[in-house]
Unconditional design. Structure first.
Length: 336
């Protein structure tokens, strides 16, 4: 396996105020055993636009790598302080990643017309934003701007979609601030933005998700149907938010891919030093308690862990959810 990091922006191109030295990037995982031209997957973790979840990056990426695809994990702009609205930056990070990967398709041994994106939760919102707004995005690099940023398909895993009744309010606050412009709310309420040229989408979610209601997926699926865009939708009966691939490996304590937390770590250094951009005292206190306060009631936590289900029991409980990567592969092979 060939692995490398590719930064997305030149210094003059990336001006997000709360980056703290962070540079959006992709991590590549490419097959080296032959020169076969392969499908490509760009994995986009969730985290409420405040952070990125490692178990939604490299872990699902490896599922598709084992299927024979060349895969990339995107670390896009996020803000744990919720002090500088992200607005279009995460979508533009993904757009730039798609263009860079496509431009280098020959080097990376991928089919430029078989490039998929896969996003979880807020990462699903990033992917769906690009799928509905790809032709709004002008790349500052004239050469890259000639390369298509339209994904050939998208997998949306328990995605944030709407800014309306069923929204995940904290994702929208990180994205647009606490007093968003109504036009921006409309722009990022993606069930209202689907068009006939939106790429085919595979959606899945659980009925029991109490963070991002299942209605988000229903709204997007309905819009896709109305515009004649091919889609598949699976709604699993059991399970909360953030299930990722729901594998035995995951439930057995998988660790890896912490590189997606780079910006979080940099921001927290500034939170602790009280030098973060536009950070309110209230938000600083919340973050100090969340990340730096001494853990209490460790024995209570240990007892709760001892009473929890075993990895195998969890894998059995969510055996249906674990099937979604293979289901998506089968479905997309009808188009790509």
């Amino acid at each position: 396996m060939k692995q490398f990091r590719l930064d997305l922006w030149k210094d003059a191109e990336y001006t997000y105020a709360a980056a703290y030295g962070f540079q959006p990037n992709v991590r590549a995982f490419l097959h080296e055993e032959d020169d076969a031209i392969r499908r490509c997957m760009v994995m986009v973790p969730g985290g409420g636009y405040c952070m990125l979840a490692p178990h939604e990056g490299e872990l699902p990426a490896m599922e598709y790598y084992r299927m024979g695809m060349n895969v990339f994990v995107l670390t896009y702009t996020n803000d744990i302080t919720m002090s500088v609205p992200l607005k279009r930056q995460p979508m533009e990070d993904l757009s730039r990643a798609v263009r860079l990967i496509r431009r280098n398709a020959e080097e990376y041994h991928i089919a430029a017309d078989k490039l998929l994106v896969c996003g979880f939760s807020a990462g699903g919102h990033v992917c769906a934003s690009l799928c509905t707004h790809f032709d709004d995005i002008m790349d500052p690099d004239p050469e890259l701007n000639t390369v298509s940023n339209r994904p050939d398909g998208a997998i949306l895993c328990y995605p944030v979609i709407t800014s309306g009744k069923y929204t995940h309010i904290y994702s929208m606050q990180a994205l647009l601030g606490t007093d968003p412009d109504p036009e921006e709310l409309e722009y990022f309420s993606l069930e209202k933005q689907v068009r006939e040229n939106t790429p085919p989408c595979f959606l899945w979610q659980t009925l029991e998700d109490d963070l991002v209601p299942v209605e988000n997926s229903y709204l997007f699926a309905k819009a896709l149907k109305e515009k004649g865009v091919p889609y598949a939708q699976y709604v699993f009966p059991k399970g909360g938010h953030g299930l990722s691939v729901a594998s035995l490996e995951q439930f057995s304590g998988w660790h890896g891919g912490e590189y997606v937390c780079e910006q979080l770590g940099l921001a927290l250094e500034h939170v602790k030093a009280d030098t973060a951009v536009n950070l309110t005292p209230k938000r600083r206190e919340e973050l100090m308690q969340q990340f730096f306060a001494a853990k209490e009631n460790d024995s209570v936590q240990e007892d709760a862990e001892n009473r929890s289900s075993s990895p195998q029991e969890l894998a059995d409980l969510f055996a249906d959810v674990h099937m979604w990567p293979e289901l998506s592969r089968i479905w997309f092979e009808r188009f790509l």
